[in-house]
Design a protein around this ligand. Structure first.
Ligand code: CA
Length: 229
């Protein structure tokens, strides 16, 4: 699965250049020209990481970053800020607004790609390995084995795919419809409530008696894998 990147930038030349380079580096790329467009795009199809320009029309990049951090469904979404302002004070402001990293313009595409990979590795070490780790959960993608705190967890095929999806996107809130699309596929019609049944089975399987529930239910929004639940 290719990691998806949303570029939020109003300079179309820069977007074209970034899109070309990021696609060549193996990313799926989408773009938004301002903050409102970005919020809609994130809600409709959450990317794995956002590259966010500081200077945007209307809502500034820094304000957009704060909004992303405030919303429970996007608060763990990785953000890299771009800016023409390379000063230390701006860097600090960007990081204080919740950005995971910061790249000053002008930059080379390779530098940005390296930063993107570093942030994704830190947040989703899963992307490059055959093993997914989250809290005390471990999923071996080759052997199809799941362990919690070293104890073997037995999952049905649907629960396995659900857990894999959650572990590939830890902390992110997914609606029932998004989980249906990702785990069952868009072509099959299944009642959204079916998701609840499988979440229940997944919880029963992974949460031992005295263990913390790793799945967070977000009212009216959906579910997330969240050790701080
Ligand atoms: Ca701009």
């Amino acid at each position: 699965m290719k990691p998806s990147i949303l570029i939020v930038e109003d300079e179309t030349d820069l977007v074209t250049m970034l899109r070309y380079n990021l696609e060549a580096a193996g990313f799926l790329v989408s773009a938004a020209g301002d903050g409102d467009e970005a919020l809609v795009a994130i809600a409709e199809d959450p990317p794995d990481l956002v590259v966010l320009d500081w200077m945007l029309p209307n809502l500034s990049g820094i304000e957009l970053c704060r909004q992303i951090r405030r919303r429970p469904e996007t608060r763990n979404l990785p953000v890299i800020m771009l800016t023409a302002r390379g000063e230390e004070a701006d860097r600090v402001r960007g990081l204080e607004a919740g950005a995971d990293d910061y790249v000053a313009k002008p930059f080379s595409p390779n530098e940005l790609i390296a930063r993107i990979r570093a942030v994704l590795r830190r947040i989703r070490p899963a992307l490059s390995e055959n093993r997914l780790l989250y809290a005390d959960l471990e999923m071996d993608l080759v052997a199809h084995r799941v362990l919690r705190g070293g104890r073997a967890v037995h999952l049905g095929p649907t629960e396995y795919r659900l857990l894999r999806y959650f572990m590939e996107h830890p902390g992110r809130v997914f609606s029932r419809e998004q989980l249906l699309d990702a785990v069952w596929g868009r072509d099959i019609y299944i009642e959204p409530r079916t998701v609840d049944v499988h979440i229940r089975r997944l919880r029963r399987a992974i949460n031992g008696r005295s263990e913390r529930d790793l799945i967070r239910t977000v009212r009216a929004a959906g579910y997330a894998l969240d050790a701080g639940a």
